[in-house]
Design a protein around this ligand. Structure first.
Ligand SMILES: [Zn+2]
Length: 82
């Protein structure tokens, strides 16, 4: 299925939010009711939950990395050669 811009009639991608030929704003899924906010279509609750989990895991990994860095630094600082 090929989508075309309303304004310039150039081929556009279904994922495009703006026509990259003329700059016209596009509505993905414009056949569906227009009064539904785009965010609910773009980001269903399920994906948002996955995103929050991913961010939590990333934060945890970052904290562990910082903790390891502090521990290694402390060990190196207390190491006295000879
Ligand atoms: Zn266009």
């Amino acid at each position: 299925m090929v989508l075309k811009c309303d304004n310039c009639n150039q081929t556009i991608l279904p994922t495009d939010t703006v026509c990259w030929h003329c700059g016209r704003e596009l509505n993905p899924g414009q056949a569906v009711a227009a009064d539904v906010p785009d965010e609910s279509k773009m980001m269903p609750e399920h994906d948002t939950m996955i995103s929050i989990t991913a961010v939590s895991i990333f934060t945890l990994i970052t904290l562990i990395t910082i903790l390891l860095f502090v521990i290694i630094t402390t060990l190196l600082a207390s190491y006295t050669p000879g």
